[in-house]
Design a protein around this ligand. Structure first.
Ligand code: BGC
Length: 710
């Protein structure tokens, strides 16, 4: 069955139309039974199905009240795989469980920017880099939607902190908004066509996102040609009439208390039937899509768990491996320390779900190594001397001590931001004390975002960043620890040394009604690399049990013009002793530009698997956008004529090969000159210099040159 939308628009009464513009309940759209319009179910995301057993009513949504489902690694982890195919298959597996429960719309992925490591929801977002976020979102969306479940790209836009999240006004200048914050949304909308986009709670440049004409109608609908549903975040609408006028189709949750307000506005002539019909049409199109795509599926939970393990295996990042302590020999006596070894961590809020099964690191390590010794080491944040002493005794007896630390859903969560990047004192004390009795300490960090490691980094042999690794954490980790698979995750965000080094230290975690994005484009590695600030671990960094060599970089052309594609090709060789995967990253550096630009930006990547000794030729394509920046006076992306360096590396700080290309652009990026500009400006401007020189020569005799020595 599908809906005849034009006929329905004729038959619906005004009241029915208005009622369709908000949900019928917490998780459903409004049904209109007399016309055969059913209610459609939606729920969160992003690491799997989070469905309240009470979804027919207004649910309490407590964890105990959720359907069980497979928990996949969190979004920062997923992005650290740098593996688009893998992310697509995770999306497909998640969608199966949505179909099984009759849920048509997944309220994910979240692709907000990470301007500060302190944002409470960073674990729900992909990366500090808009290109990586965008690519990962495209893969995730393609995977989910290939099974007939819609996705919701959220939170549109500049919802980059949790403090004051309902009201904060993000003041963002055009270039940063376009190049950093809107760019991943743009890529996902244009390349993957999500069924929905969720308007966020906050304001952008003074206007709430769900009422923001520029963002919803001019950019999303007109420029990007988005044809899906614009849904509000839960209770994000502050002015219902303005939201309808300015492009928000569906208010959630429902039922709305404001239908009468809408009817009154219509009667007064403040809203037209064209405004209302435009929104109703989008809601009906969404309902139609949902009906058309409903499928009977069977979920194989064991297989879903396998996929979660595979994703975790590629997401976990090996940050340090001194003396090649890893992989561990099977017969070494190990001590497992820290309460978190006996659990699988998740972030807090609407992304938290009730895992269908859990393989904890402790259980899985014990299967391999029944003689291991375990001590809890801490409980909560306060240092507990008795637990630490117990852990030290155990650690002193073992060859190797594996210390599990990190953050919890009480620290990283929706609804509030972290106040610092430190791990709890109890965790730091445990590591510190254990290093006094055991020289082979391996630290395993569960967190959804960067934490400080300088307090212990020097004293331990190895560090694994697990992220929030999902329900199969234990199985994935054991395979990595014992070398059945080589680590291949790379950091989707920089690990700064100190919070004070971060670009938003002054204003990244303020509890104010207005936050100005003073750092502009300088977010994440763009900032650290441009300003040459030392970092703990750079963006894109991750170790392996093997080594990779990069050689024979070739560009398909040394000269480019608008619309051209550049093929960047190189050889990657596995020069070590075991099979492994490498994520090759391509950064673009604009050698000289009229406007300030970050020193380099990620514009492509590829992950390759190689046997020892094997070489593969890898190709990464760069299109015009890879060289462009947003030019405010053109209100568009444009490329400046000149030289660009193509930098190929294993992280943003480990560039292995570079080549140059000249771009001859037809775009006029120069701000148009006026009669208030100086003769020197007219002479130095490439677009006016010839004409100006002729005029000057004719008038005053020449010769006049175009540089400042005239
Ligand atoms: C969150 C959204 C979520 C919605 C429904 C809101 O509070 O910001 O991300 O999808 O609730 O749970």
């Amino acid at each position: 069955m599908s809906l005849d939308i034009n006929a329905l628009l004729e038959k619906l009464t005004l009241e029915e139309k208005v009622s369709l513009l908000s949900g019928g309940s917490a998780w459903y759209t409004q049904p209109i039974e007399r016309l055969g319009i059913p209610k459609i179910l939606m729920t969160d995301g992003p690491i799997g199905l989070r469905l309240s057993r009470d979804h027919e009513g207004i649910s309490e949504d407590t964890l105990g009240n959720l359907e069980k489902s497979t928990a996949y690694p969190c979004s920062s982890a997923i992005a650290s795989t740098f593996n688009e195919k893998l992310v697509e298959s995770v999306g497909r597996e998640i969608a199966r469980q949505f179909q099984e429960h009759g849920v048509s719309l997944l309220l994910a992925p979240g692709i907000n920017g990470k301007r500060t490591p302190l944002c409470g929801r960073n674990f729900e977002y992909m990366s500090e880099d808009p290109y990586l976020s965008g690519r990962m979102a495209v893969s995730y969306i393609n995977g989910v939607q290939s099974l007939g479940v819609g996705t919701t790209l959220k939170h549109y836009v500049a919802n980059d902190q949790e403090n004051k999240r309902f009201t904060v006004n993000a003041v963002v200048e055009d270039r940063a908004l376009r190049e950093i914050y809107l760019a991943p949304f743009e890529m996902a909308v244009k390349e993957a066509n999500p069924w929905a986009v969720m308007g966020s709670y906050n304001r952008v440049n003074g206007v709430h996102c769900c009422e923001n004409r520029t963002l919803l109608l001019d950019v999303l609908r007109e420029e990007w040609e988005f044809d899906g549903l614009v849904v509000s975040d839960w209770t994000a609408i502050t002015d219902k009439v303005a939201s309808i006028k300015n492009g928000c189709d569906l208010e959630m949750p429902g039922p709305s208390m404001r239908d009468q307000e809408v009817l009154d506005a219509f009667n007064k002539g403040d809203l037209t039937i064209t405004d209302i019909d435009a929104r109703v049409r989008r809601v009906l199109q969404f309902v139609d899509r949902a009906i058309e795509n409903k499928k009977e599926v069977n979920v194989d939970y064991a297989r879903a768990h396998e996929f979660s393990r595979k994703a975790a295996e590629e997401a976990i990042v090996l940050l340090k491996n001194e003396d090649v302590i890893l992989p561990l020999q099977a017969d070494l006596k190990i001590a497992v320390l820290g309460e978190q070894a006996a659990d699988v961590m998740q972030g807090g809020g609407c992304a938290k779900l009730d895992p269908e099964r859990i393989s904890t690191p402790l259980d899985e390590l014990r299967k391999r190594n029944p003689d291991l010794v375990y001590a809890r080491g801490y409980t909560g944040d306060e240092v507990d001397e008795r637990l630490i002493q117990e852990a030290k005794l155990v650690a002193a007896e073992a060859h190797v001590a594996l210390v599990f630390v990190g953050t919890t859903s009480a620290i990283e969560s929706e609804g509030f931001d972290r106040t610092n990047m430190r791990m709890a004192d109890s965790h730091l004390a445990l590591i510190n004390e254990v290093t006094k009795v055991n020289r082979n300490v391996i630290v395993l960090i569960s967190s959804g975002a960067a934490v400080e490691v300088h307090q212990f980094g020097q004293d331990v042999k190895a560090i694994f960043q697990l992220w929030y690794p999902g329900q199969a954490a234990g199985e994935a980790l054991v395979r990595l620890i014992y070398g059945e698979v080589s680590p291949s995750g790379k950091l989707s965000e920089t690990f700064p040394v100190h919070l004070e080094n971060t670009p938003t230290f002054d204003n990244g975690h303020v509890n104010a009604e207005e936050v100005t994005y003073k750092e502009g484009l300088q977010v994440g590695y763009r900032y650290y690399d441009t300003k040459k600030i030392p970092v703990q671990y750079p963006f894109g960094f991750g170790l392996s049990y093997t080594s990779f060599e990069y050689s024979n970089l070739e560009l398909s052309s040394t000269g480019l013009k608008n619309d051209d594609l550049l093929e960047v090709t190189l050889d990657v060789t596995n020069s070590g002793g075991v099979k492994g995967k490498e994520s090759v990253q391509v950064y673009v550096h604009d050698v000289r530009s009229q406007y300030p630009r970050p020193v380099q930006e990620l514009k492509g990547f590829a992950k390759v698997e190689l046997e020892p000794g094997e070489t593969k030729r890898v190709t990464v394509l760069l299109n015009e956008r890879a060289f462009a920046y947003f030019v405010p006076h053109l209100n568009d992306f444009a490329v400046e004529t000149g030289e660009f360096e193509i930098r190929v590396g294993a992280s943003s700080r480990d560039i292995r090969l570079t080549e140059s290309v000249q771009f001859k652009s037809e775009d006029s990026v120069t701000i148009p000159l006026t009669d208030r500009d100086s003769v020197l400006d007219w002479l130095s401007n490439p677009e006016s210099s010839d004409r100006m020189r002729t005029v000057m020569n004719d008038r005053f005799g020449g010769p006049y040159r175009t540089d400042s020595s005239i």
